[in-house]
Design a protein around this ligand. Structure first.
Ligand code: HEM
Length: 387
C-alpha cells in the first residue's frame, strides 16, 4: 500500500471509484467572510471561516479543526409543532448565526474570529417532519449504551460551535439557543484538541488520530455530503461521548498499546509505512500472524469490512475532573460525519464485536443528527426540509 492516504484503497476496496460530479459549490448567496482585520484593539483574532454556501461551516471547513469546541444537544419545547414552529425557529437560529459571524456583536465584542456554528436535527423532529428523511431513524443500542444516563441519548437539536477562542463559544451558544423558542439544553460538552495538521492530532490516549478520513472535494462529495435532492450539502453526524480509561491503557507496555490501536503513537502502521500510510490488513509475520492485529482498532474500524463510506472524524478531548470513585470523567467526544447513518452504525456494531480498544471506553452520551444543508440570508436554515 502506498504512503499516500486513501486513494487506492478507497477506490478499490470500497468499490466507490465512480467520481461523483464535482459539486458546483456555488454559494447560494452572498458569502459571509471575515478575512480582514476586526475592530478589536485587544486581541488578534483568527481569520474568519465562510459561513454560507452549499454546506454548513465547521464540518469540513476549516480543514484543520479549531482547537476549542462546544457541542450542545437540545430538547425542543414540548408544544413545538414540527411544522411552522420548528421551521421559524431554525430560520431564527440561522439568522442569529449569520449575525454572530458577520462582525463584532454584543455577545462577541472582539468579533467572531474563526468561530463556526452548525446545526443538526435528531431523529425525533426528523421523523415528525417526514420519517423517510435521512437519519430519521434512531440508532440501535450499542454495547455499554444501557449505562448512558437518561436524556443523554435522544436529543432533538445539535448546535456545534468551534473556535480558536474557547471564551467565544458559550455566549454564541446562548444566543443560538435563545432563538429556538422553548428549547432547553440536555447536555453540552466543551472539547479541546491538540495542535495538528488537517484532522490529524493526538487523541487523549496519545495516539495520532484522524489519519484516514476523506480529503479534498471529491472524497468529501463521495463520502460525507448528501449529493442529491433538496438536502444536497447535508450530512449525518454521530456524537459519542466516550469516557476513556486512560490510566489502564497507559499501564500497558508500549507494544501492547500499539497492538490495541494497530499503529504506533506517531501514526505509523504496525504493517509498515510512514505516519499517514494506510494499514495493510493482509500483511503477516513469517509465522502467519497479522501485522495489523486481528482485534486492533484500526482493523476493526476499517471500512472494507462493513462496505461503508469513509467517515470524517473530528473528535475533541474532554475533561471534567474526578468522578465520585476518583477516576477521571475524561475522554473523547467522538464526532463523525458521513452521508448516511449506516456508516457509523455498521462500524460501531463491528467494534462492539472485535475491537480491543472498546473495553477502555464507556459511552456516556450519544446522538445522531442530520446536519442541515448550508444557508444564507435569502435561504433560511432548514427550509429544504419542507421543500
Ligand atoms: C475513544 C475511542 C476511540 C479512539 C481513542 C480512537 C482512536 C483511533 C486511532 C488512533 C485511529 C488510527 C488513526 C486514524 O486512522 O485516524 C483510529 C482509526 C479509526 N477509527 Fe477510531 N477511535 C475511537 C473510537 C472510534 C469509533 C467509536 C469509531 C466508529 C464507530 C471509530 C472509527 C475509526 C475509523 C473508521 C478509523 C480509520 C480506520 C482505517 O480506515 O484505517 N473510532 N481511531
Amino acid at each position: 500500500m502506498s504512503d499516500t492516504p486513501g486513494i487506492s484503497r478507497r477506490a478499490l476496496l470500497l468499490g466507490t471509484g465512480g467520481v461523483v460530479a464535482a459539486a458546483a459549490v456555488a454559494a447560494v448567496g452572498t458569502a459571509v467572510t471575515q478575512g480582514g482585520p476586526t475592530t478589536s484593539t485587544t486581541t488578534d483574532r483568527a481569520p474568519g471561516v465562510r459561513a454560507t454556501g452549499r454546506t454548513q461551516a465547521g464540518v469540513a471547513r476549516p480543514a484543520t479543526p479549531q482547537r476549542q469546541a462546544l457541542h450542545a444537544v437540545l430538547r425542543l419545547g414540548g408544544g413545538a409543532d414540527p411544522g411552522p414552529d420548528l421551521r421559524s425557529g431554525l430560520a431564527a437560529a440561522g439568522a442569529t448565526i449569520l449575525r454572530l459571524v458577520s462582525g463584532p456583536s454584543d455577545e462577541l465584542p472582539d468579533g467572531p474570529g474563526d468561530l463556526t456554528i452548525h446545526v443538526g436535527l435528531g431523529p425525533g423532529p426528523l421523523a415528525a417532519i417526514d420519517p423517510t428523511l435521512p437519519a430519521a431513524t434512531a440508532m440501535p443500542r450499542f454495547a455499554g449504551d444501557d449505562g448512558i444516563p437518561a436524556g443523554r441519548d435522544d436529543g432533538d437539536v445539535l448546535v456545534a460551535l468551534a473556535s480558536s477562542d474557547g471564551t467565544a463559544l458559550r455566549p454564541a451558544l446562548d444566543a443560538v439557543v435563545a432563538s429556538l423558542p422553548g428549547a432547553t439544553t440536555l447536555w453540552a460538552e466543551h472539547g479541546f484538541r491538540g495542535p495538528g495538521q488537517g484532522t490529524i492530532a493526538r487523541n487523549p490516549l496519545g495516539y495520532h488520530d484522524g489519519i484516514i478520513v476523506p480529503e479534498g472535494d471529491d472524497e468529501l462529495d463521495e463520502n460525507v455530503w448528501l449529493a442529491h435532492g433538496p438536502l444536497a450539502g447535508a450530512t449525518v453526524c454521530v456524537l459519542r461521548r466516550l469516557r476513556l480509561d486512560r490510566t489502564r491503557f497507559a499501564a500497558l507496555a508500549e507494544g501492547e498499546r500499539d497492538r490495541v490501536i494497530g499503529r504506533h503513537a506517531d501514526g505509523r502502521p504496525l504493517s509498515g509505512g510512514g505516519p499517514t500510510a494506510e494499514v495493510d490488513l493482509q500483511a503477516k509475520t513469517p509465522e502467519g500472524a497479522y501485522l495489523t492485529p486481528a482485534r486492533s482498532h484500526a482493523r476493526a474500524a476499517h471500512p472494507s469490512f462493513t462496505g461503508s463510506a469513509l467517515m470524517l472524524r473530528r473528535g475533541y478531548a474532554f475533561d471534567r475532573g474526578p468522578l465520585a470513585d476518583g477516576t477521571a470523567d475524561a475522554g473523547l467526544l467522538f464526532v463523525c460525519f458521513a452521508h448516511d447513518l449506516e456508516t457509523f452504525v455498521r462500524t460501531q456494531l463491528r467494534l462492539d464485536e472485535t475491537d480491543d480498544l472498546m473495553p477502555f471506553t464507556t459511552p456516556t452520551a450519544s446522538g445522531s443528527f442530520l446536519v442541515l444543508p448550508g444557508f444564507d440570508a435569502a435561504h433560511p436554515l432548514g427550509h429544504q426540509l419542507w421543500a
